[in-house]
Design a protein around this ligand. Structure first.
Ligand SMILES: Cc1cc2nc3c(=O)[nH]c(=O)nc-3n(C[C@H](O)[C@H](O)[C@H](O)COP(=O)(O)OP(=O)(O)OC[C@H]3O[C@@H](n4cnc5c(N)ncnc54)[C@H](O)[C@@H]3O)c2cc1C
Length: 170
């Protein structure tokens, strides 16, 4: 509903890779807000920023009604290979029999899979600063969001940043 209202009278196209159509899209817009990966935008010409990705393992437990009593439990020890287990029914206080859980295993990011968590160590932050220099020279393009800024943001923080961006830039 909120999104519908926001997009009223705004021409919207989905399922289009900006980078594959950048010349055409640039030619029809005064300003671009780019929310993809900053290094991919520059065709990784300075190197790849590193990410942690995830592998999800879903398990259906027909004979268990309550696996962990909570929607999310984090695991930080070396013994478990997964870092988190989600039990979906607790998000909606569902009382059905059986339960479905999802185990999250950390994996190294490579091109073509989803980038989840940036690895903001010195090496990557230095590379990021070099990409940011290129981004500043890119006329009429705003690099935003977790991928465009190579930052981990929770939902509230990314919305706050987007609102700040509107105030400052648009
Ligand atoms: C594993 C994980 C768990 C999380 N859990 C929580 C949580 O519990 N609570 C919470 O508050 N936040 C959570 N977050 C954070 C939340 O997901 C982010 O804050 C939010 O998604 C950031 O919004 P965004 O628009 O920056 O990025 P995204 O939501 O990733 O949106 C980026 C958009 O850009 C599009 N895009 C990228 N490249 C291109 C391209 N070349 N052409 C066209 N489109 C492109 C993508 O398709 C996508 O729609 C979690 C994040 C992760 C990774």
């Amino acid at each position: 509903m909120i999104i519908e209202e926001m997009l009223k009278n705004v021409e919207t196209k989905t399922g289009i890779d900006y980078l594959e159509h950048r010349e055409e899209l640039k030619s029809i817009a005064k300003r671009i807000v780019y929310t993809g990966m900053i290094d991919e935008y520059f065709e990784y010409k300075l190197g790849e920023l590193e990410w942690r990705s995830l592998k999800f393992e879903d398990v259906i437990l027909e004979n268990v009604d309550n696996f962990q009593g909570n929607a999310i439990v984090n695991y930080t020890s070396k013994e478990e290979k997964y870092t988190r287990i989600i039990e979906h029914k607790h998000f909606e206080f569902n009382k059905c029999t059986g339960t479905v859980i999802t185990k999250e295993y950390p994996i190294k990011w490579k091109r073509g899979i989803e980038a989840y968590y940036p690895i903001n160590d010195n090496k990557n932050n230095l590379l990021l600063s070099r990409y940011k220099e290129l981004a500043q020279k890119e006329k009429n393009v705003i690099f935003g969001g977790r991928l465009g800024e190579y930052s981990y943001y929770d939902m509230d923080k990314v919305i706050e940043k987007a609102l700040e961006c509107v105030e400052n830039e648009i």
